[in-house]
Design a binder for this molecule. Sequence first.
Ligand code: SF4
Length: 450
Amino acid sequence: MLGIFDQDGLDVQDIVYFGLYALQHRGQESAGIAVSNGNEIIYHKGMGLVTDVFDDQTMASLSGGKAAIGHIRYTTSGDRLYANAQPLVTKYKKGSMALTHNGRLSNAEALRSELEETGTIFQTNLDIEVIANLIARSIDLGLEDALKKMISMIQGAYALLFMTEDKLVAIRDPLGIRPLALGRLGNSYVIASETCSFDTIGADYIRDVKPGELIIIDKDGLTSIQTPIPLSSALCIFEFVYIARTDSTIDGISVYMARKDAGARLAAEHPAEADLVVGVPDSGTTAALGYAEASGIPFGEGFIKNRYVGRTFIKANQRLREQGVRVKLNALRRIVKGKRIVVIDDSIVRGTTSKKIVEMLRLAGAKEVHMRISSPPVRFYCPYGIDIETSDQLIGHSYKVDEICKIIGADSLGYLSQEGLLKTVEGSGCDFCRGCFSGNYPTDVKNEKE
Ligand code: SF4
């Protein structure tokens, strides 16, 4: 998601469009942009990629704004319905508000039930509709206090953008689980899920929004309010493994450097006798470079990726995921034929992709296939907005490493240790959530399904 409060007469809708385009890897189910012209909020949203949802006509209909927020959705809670596309734009007694949210609230159901008990009617399954209602109920306290009250009531992972006719608000959850960064484009502030979008729109990165920070931007500038925060933060370490784009920086750590270091550490932890190191594009490629450099085994381009196919992990169901792998990647026969290959991928979630990758390399003539994974086994579900709904979907939950090796058909398999992964993000000054690897979560999630 991305938001801008304009101070320079910019075409805010175009800036948000290009920013969302750079963030497309974070979600492919739906896209939307809401624009405030100072008097009212207008919006357009739909199902599909940014380029599917917006055309010249819809972009023209959004022109003339002073502030805008946009969102691309990766289904985390709620059904895949148009009604659940974001931003959520709704009216309340002081005017209109638009909201977008990344992450997942762990007490959304309880809050929703409480609100329903007192007569609130919901139109979507979105956590963000609960948030909108909490803000609207307290708005007589003033916007700042209504936001603080809402923050005191919600739990879980959230990076939130909120816009009224004359204000843009950004909030990061007290543990900083999901990333959120602040940038500047001329005299205008921008806020985005990842810094790679700043590069695309020509903005300068200023800093990350702090855990528990509430930022309010209006024509008079930026106000930062620090709400009470826990003793330690818990940034999602999976951002560095898979989710974020390699050219982003999160909480002071370059995703590229972390991935390359993960590859080097993997080479030390799980060496292999081989002729060539190849990476599974895109997020495995950087770790493969690190593995090759550290091991002295040459790096080669073993796969060609069809750039027009979405990330398989994000696809909605198993059938689509299986088809997705086959159309997405092709092994380069000329490069891998007759060789002992070390193939590096960022993670194994369900095992679907890894099995196909090993098959593809063997069909292309690889003599041996040694799979190396630049993160530990994903063994537990994620309660914070990553689509790993139940632990039993995960191959790492049900099988040991040697069993997984057999299932995917590799000659050997090695995962980076949790200690090794933590070393790759050393120096960030924050702590990390590693729940999907360790089963230990930074918030109380005992009552949720595992
Ligand atoms: S459980 Fe895993 S994917 Fe979810 S927030 Fe924690 S580290 Fe990230």
